[in-house]
Design a protein around this ligand. Structure first.
Ligand SMILES: Nc1ncnc2c1ncn2[C@@H]1O[C@H](COP(=O)(O)OP(=O)(O)OP(=O)(O)O)[C@@H](O)[C@H]1O
Ligand SMILES: [Mg+2]
Length: 470
């Protein structure tokens, strides 16, 4: 065999016809393969013992043995070897048997060497993809082992306990928690520790998709089901078949879609929009919400029957301020992560910095902490220490109060009700302004149900009219 470069694939050709071997060696070498030859089964065994070839091409009729036995021997020594069989015209039935025993393909003599090279290239490509896939899966599993979820507080210990019990099951999980508390991380961790880990984790965010498109996104649609549906598409439910479907912000799902979701979960089948043929699905359902679903049920914004359907295994992730003992651990975890991502040696969190982090309220929870650390790592450049001054300003000088500095309290006191409703009004207007008038999004920013917001809007504008009238 000629000199071997790292990416060069190695092939062993086993055939008693010297002419055929010579032809194959010449053509495959010209295409960049490194080719070795064997004239019979005994020689092939010797070569296979000495070297792990990427592929072996075997004539079914060898002078000293059956090619099938050589195939078995090659595959049992190297389960990943690509085996291609050659046979005369009468040997098709045998060749098919060879495929059942693990060969990837067969060629009927006489064949063009180009055909052989195509079969080899294709097979080797597929093998590489398969291997890369397996490696990626292994890496993902690594990423989502429980120890990627950091925490030592009692609350987190309880969550680890629940994760261990729940991950292997098929039950629906309802994850509740404020923004940035790690709901999606927990959902992915459940998936990656479940028997479905090798299948897809499909996420659907009920808040990110306009109501009009949400149903088709979730359930798929037929061609022409609605304007713009130029071709048929499968939805997230079908994409997640045998895997996990993660429905994020489930509390923001419009009521008609809630009804359809409920039916899907009850029947374990869905209907694509514009089709009346039901399709079975097998997806594990995990949902998350940062609004209290029970409250939404009380407000009439969330179906009670759906709530019970989803609330099989509830997990509540407490806000960071209620588990401050996790802050130093998380902060160090993020320092490591951020330094690693930036190819920096791990920086040292000064004790003063930890103290500042511990005393802050973290309205954005772990995501905000992660961003603050990333900011600090970037601000310190090559320095090894992370001093408090490297943290974002709003963490160093937390506004003691969001609103009160603007409210002066005169000696004669204030009208409590009117100041509070003024605050309410300003808050709502500010959020509406931020969302360009979108009430659903504004309600989300305020952590109110949409109906409550609309109620308040009505009340506030009524109040306006009264003022004008009086
Ligand atoms: N316990 C934890 N250990 C380590 N990292 C965490 C932990 N919890 C959350 N994180 C990290 O914090 C970030 C925010 O988490 P995630 O996106 O899961 O939050 P979320 O609850 O889904 O937020 P939102 O409600 O805003 O969608 C992610 O980068 C996540 O990896
Ligand atoms: Mg999320």
């Amino acid at each position: 065999m000629s000199s071997l470069t790292r990416t060069q694939h190695t092939v062993l050709i086993v055939d008693d016809e010297a002419d055929l071997r010579a032809l194959v060696v010449e053509s495959l070498s010209a295409e960049g393969f490194a080719v070795a030859e064997a004239a019979d089964s005994a020689e092939a065994h010797e070569r296979l013992k000495a070297f792990a070839y990427d592929a072996v091409v075997i004539d079914l009729r060898l002078p000293d043995a059956d090619g099938m036995e050589l195939l078995d021997a090659a595959l049992s020594r190297y389960p990943d070897i690509l085996a291609v069989m050659m046979t005369g015209f009468g040997g098709v039935a045998e060749a098919v048997t060879a495929i059942k025993r693990g060969a990837v393909d067969f060629l009927i003599k006489p064949f063009q060497v180009a055909q052989l090279s195509r079969v080899l290239s294709l097979g080797l490509d597929q093998r590489r993809l398969r291997q890369e896939n397996a490696e990626l899966r292994a890496q993902l599993r690594e990423r989502y082992r429980f120890d990627n979820v950091v925490g030592q507080s009692t609350a987190m210990q309880q969550i680890f306990g629940t994760l261990e019990l729940v991950a292997p099951m098929n039950s629906t999980v309802l994850i509740q928690g404020e923004t940035g508390t790690g709901k999606e991380l927990i959902a992915r961790t459940i998936h990656h520790n479940s028997p479905r880990a090798d299948q897809r984790f499909v996420a659907f965010n009920a808040a990110a998709i306009p109501d009009t498109l949400a149903e088709a996104e979730l359930f798929g649609h037929a061609k022409g089901a609605f304007t713009g549906a130029v071709s048929a598409r499968i939805g997230r439910f079908e994409l997640a078949h045998r895997g996990t479907l993660f429905i994020d912000e489930v509390g923001l799902m419009p009521l008609p879609l809630q009804a359809k979701l409920l039916r899907a979960l009850q029947e374990r089948e869905i209907e694509r929009v514009g089709e009346s043929r039901p399709v079975k699905f097998d997806a594990r359902i995990i949902v998350a919400t940062n609004t209290d679903l029970k409250r939404l049920v009380r407000d009439g914004a969330f179906r009670e029957d759906l709530f019970y359907r989803l609330n099989v295994i509830p997990m509540t992730i407490p806000p960071l301020r209620d588990r401050r003992e996790d802050i130093p651990l998380l902060a160090r975890h993020f320092v490591q992560k951020s330094c690693r991502n930036n190819n920096l040696p791990t920086k040292h969190l000064l004790q003063d910095t930890v103290r500042v982090l511990m005393s802050y309220a973290w309205p954005g929870n772990i995501r905000q902490l992660e961003n603050a650390i990333e900011h600090a790592v970037a601000m310190t450049g090559p320095e090894r220490d992370l001093p408090p001054s490297a943290l974002p300003e709003d963490i160093l000088q937390p506004a003691t109060s969001l609103l009160l500095p603007t409210v002066a309290i005169p000696d004669e006191g204030i009208n409590f009700t009117s100041v509070v409703s003024q605050l309410e009004r300003e808050l709502i207007l500010k959020c509406l302004e931020k969302t360009g008038g979108n009430k659903r999004q504004a309600a989300r920013l305020l952590n109110l149900s949409r109906t409550t917001l609309i109620d308040k809007l009505n009340r506030l504008s009524l109040a306006d009219q009264e003022t004008v009238a009086s």
